[in-house]
Design a protein around this ligand. Structure first.
Ligand code: PLP
Length: 405
């Protein structure tokens, strides 16, 4: 029999959050080991469930949800999304500018497939949520990574962005609040990004899936609200703000200057039609979620579970010698740095694998987020305080041994 090879299209595609170390962890679990998982931003297994009213409405609508919906999505859900776009001051978002997908993930892939020809470039942050880089590569494009500056609270480095623009650059991706750094961008940075997009005619892809997961009373500005004259595509969904990842309900809203983008929008419409529609029960949850009680606000308060766990995780990590970390202002993650003098790591995947094998704690290495050096890892602070405390104790012990090597 001829060997069956994967497509050449996948040659440059990489998604390490669910990569080889996770496979190793699964095998260890099958052998009976208990592993503390600080690796995936999936709230439900840690007791963060979707609000009851969403689930009740979804159940009540299950029978209606047995047919296909419009390819762009249910009218009532898109209407609620349109109102949310108005609340966030996204300019010129009508019903036809909204696309509902099986999570934001599907729409990211779709948006890149509709845009890119071989050799086109997209500016993607480093570190990034790696689906963006993977989706650009899968579509035949090239992700050019622009630096986010840790010494400046992980804000995008505008000079680095300008220096990386070429005649092939088509778009810029902005992840705010950021995964993996937890950074929340102030308006002056967003305005700087818009200015660059305007000058170089770039499309802005704004991934704002954590726009309600904000700490210390912070406020979120949608970059599209500052860019009425720039084509922006803003992504959001139920996965994080409403702890409903499994419902696979996400959306994208096209705003700003659209006249010159009719052909691209036609491409988006075609791809939306080709997959018929997004999962309908998940769509029925959207209106209730957006219009209902915003219980995320209780969780992110200093006394709320997420607020407390963020503080605990940051404190415990930064007490370990040689570990520094910008305190996250949003999202569910920390992206700490290991001092390379104390921890001369060469291969950060190997480092994370050794930690897993020795301490039964699962993290994701910084290079999994297209970070440029083997000196960072990502921590998810969803596990409860007892598990976090145990995990950081074990990480501290592992690092102490590592220093002595
Ligand atoms: N964008 C970011 C920044 C994320 O962190 C995630 C999931 O972790 C996604 C998109 C994917 O979200 P969804 O569940 O809507 O596909």
């Amino acid at each position: 029999m001829q060997p069956v090879h994967k497509s050449q299209k996948l040659a440059k595609v990489c998604y390490d959050i669910r990569g080889p170390v996770l496979e190793h962890a699964k095998a260890m679990e099958e052998e009976g080991h208990r592993i503390i998982k600080l690796n995936i931003g999936n709230p439900a297994p840690f007791g963060f469930f979707a609000p009851d009213e969403i689930i009740e409405d979804m159940i009540a609508n299950l029978q209606n949800a047995s047919g296909y919906t419009d390819s762009k999505g249910l009218f009532s859900a898109r209407k609620a999304i349109m109102h949310y776009a108005q609340e966030k001051q996204l300019p010129g978002v009508g019903m036809d500018d909204i696309y509902i997908g099986n999570g934001v993930s599907e729409l990211i892939v779709m948006a890149m497939q509709a845009l890119l020809d071989n050799g086109d470039e997209v500016l993607v942050p480093a570190p990034d949520y790696p689906l963006w880089t993977a989706a650009v590569s899968l579509a035949g494009g090239r992700a050019t990574h622009y630096l986010c500056d840790e010494s400046e609270g992980w804000l995008p480095d505008l000079d680095d962005i300008r220096a990386k623009i070429t005649p092939n650059t088509r778009a810029i991706v902005v992840i705010n609040p950021n995964n993996p750094t937890g950074a929340l961008y102030p308006d002056w940075i967003l305005a700087g990004l818009v200015e660059i997009a305007r000058t170089h005619q770039l499309i802005v892809y704004a991934d704002e899936i954590y726009d309600k997961v904000l700490y210390d009373g912070a406020k979120h500005t949608s970059i599209a609200s500052l860019a009425p004259d720039v084509l922006c595509v803003t992504f959001n969904g139920l996965s994080k703000n409403y702890r409903a990842c499994g419902f696979r309900a996400g959306w994208m809203s096209v705003s700003g200057e659209k006249k010159h983008a009719r052909d691209y929008i036609e491409g988006l419409n075609m791809l939306a039609s080709m997959r018929l529609c997004a999962n309908a029960p998940g769509q029925y949850a959207i209106q209730t979620a957006l219009g209902g009680y915003q219980s995320i606000d209780d969780l992110v308060m200093p006394t709320g579970r997420l607020g407390r766990q963020r503080d605990l995780a940051h404190k415990m990590l930064t007490e370990i010698p040689g570990v520094s970390c910008v305190k996250p202002q949003g999202a569910l993650y920390l992206f700490p740095r290991l001092d390379p003098e104390m921890y001369p790591i060469v291969d950060d995947q190997q480092f994370i694998l050794e930690l897993l094998q020795q301490e039964k704690v699962l993290l994701v290495q910084g290079s999994g987020f297209n970070w440029v050096a083997p000196d960072h890892f990502r921590v998810v602070f969803l596990p409860n305080s007892d598990d976090l405390t145990e995990a950081f104790g074990r990480i501290g012990g592992f690092l102490e041994n590592y220093r002595r090597r």
